[in-house]
Write a protein that binds this ligand. Structure first.
Ligand code: NDP
Length: 320
């Protein structure tokens, strides 16, 4: 068991956490990043990335995260492999306990634990993941230019993804388990008005099917009212049934919204506790992009630095 102390403790090692680390390290805060169960975050389970600025050619998600980590380490970040299981947010310095038994003490805390797309759990879903099945149309829609795609879900995300996919495909089908959507009316109006989108009501996914070398080919559906079975051909299927932020650790300690995301002062990564910042998908259910996560990670580091500068100034003044 060891105790690790730092000016900036970062929990999570996706684009948000690593961007905070790069900025924090360059500001001399000697950050520690506790990597968590999925080092590198959601990008490590994607393949091609074409929308991260700076790369003209297709890059791989895991490679991008390795590079970000190497950059963070190069400028002075310590990466530690542990999972935080308990945290004390009663005041700076903040104390976190790792699964290993190690203790982490940070003058500031940056929460970058991210979110996970929810999956249906239907047979074939994971097998064809990355080969036709995706949870992000903005990330992967481009790969289905001119092909037939389906979106599963009935909330804002599903409807936005269906509309987005019409940029690439003339054959988009929304599949929903009930006979009405929960998406906002304005989005529904746009969806129903779009000639390239059809909606299949009352359909649950029985399984995803594909062929080796070809990828996903179709979905087997069950009507949730009649029980009738049917098939829907698809080259791409986007599961859009919501995301779950990784905020279990912070329940009762930080304000969370109805969907479990950390509440921050709008336009900033500041939580209600001075010195505690949240960045990336754990506080953002709207944009959820690697580049926006990196942006808010940078903001968290800048605000952490300001917090410490102000505190150090006050301490110095009090000592005079
Ligand atoms: P939601 O929880 O709002 O919607 C999830 C959808 O998936 C629901 O229609 C639900 O069906 C369906 N679903 C859930 N589980 C299953 C399952 N096992 N099988 C089949 N269907 C399932 O999630 P969203 O990601 O759409 O939105 C999350 C939050 O983010 C919301 O508050 C939303 O308003 C917000 N958001 C806002 C945006 C904006 O303002 N532009 C954009 C995107 C999201 P059912 O309806 O039957 O429960």
């Amino acid at each position: 068991m060891a105790t690790h102390e730092t000016r900036m403790l970062i929990i999570g090692s996706g684009p948000a956490g690593l961007s905070a680390a790069i900025y924090g390290a360059r500001a001399g805060m000697k950050p520690i990043v506790v990597q968590g169960l999925q080092p590198g975050g959601q990008l490590t389970i994607t393949t091609d990335v074409e929308n991260y600025p700076g790369f003209r050619d297709v890059i791989q998600g895991p490679w991008l995260m390795q590079e970000m980590q190497a950059q963070a380490e190069h400028v002075g970040t310590r990466m530690l492999w542990d999972t935080i299981v308990d945290i004390d947010l009663s005041g700076s310095p903040f104390t976190a306990t790792g699964d290993s038994g190690d203790i982490y003490i940070g003058d500031t805390l940056v929460i970058a634990t991210g979110a996970q797309a929810k999956w249906l759990g239907a047979p074939g879903e994971q097998e064809w993941s990355g080969k036709g099945v995706s949870a992000c149309a903005t990330c992967d829609g481009f790969f289905y230019r001119g092909k037939k795609v389906v979106v599963i879900g009935g909330g804002n995300t599903a409807v936005e993804e269906a509309l987005y996919l019409t940029n690439h495909s003339q054959d988009v089908t929304l599949i929903h388990r009930r006979d009405s959507l929960r998406a906002e009316r304005i989005l529904q109006d746009r969806l129903f008005a779009h000639s390239n989108i059809k909606v299949l009501w009352n359909k649950a996914i029985d399984h995803f099917a594909g062929e080796d070398g070809k990828g996903l080919t179709h979905l087997d559906l069950v009507d949730t009212v009649t029980g009738a079975r049917s098939q829907e051909a698809a080259d791409g299927a986007f599961v859009a049934i919501g995301h779950a932020p990784a905020t279990e650790l912070f329940k009762g300690k930080l304000a969370l919204d109805d969907s479990g995301y950390i509440v921050v002062t709008p336009g900033t990564p500041k939580t209600a506790i001075p010195g505690v910042f949240a960045c990336g998908d754990v506080m953002d259910h709207t944009y959820r992009q690697a580049v926006t996560a990196a942006g808010t990670g940078c903001m968290a580091a800048l605000d952490a630095e300001r917090f410490l500068a102000e505190r150090d100034f006050e301490i110095a003044q009090a000592a005079e």
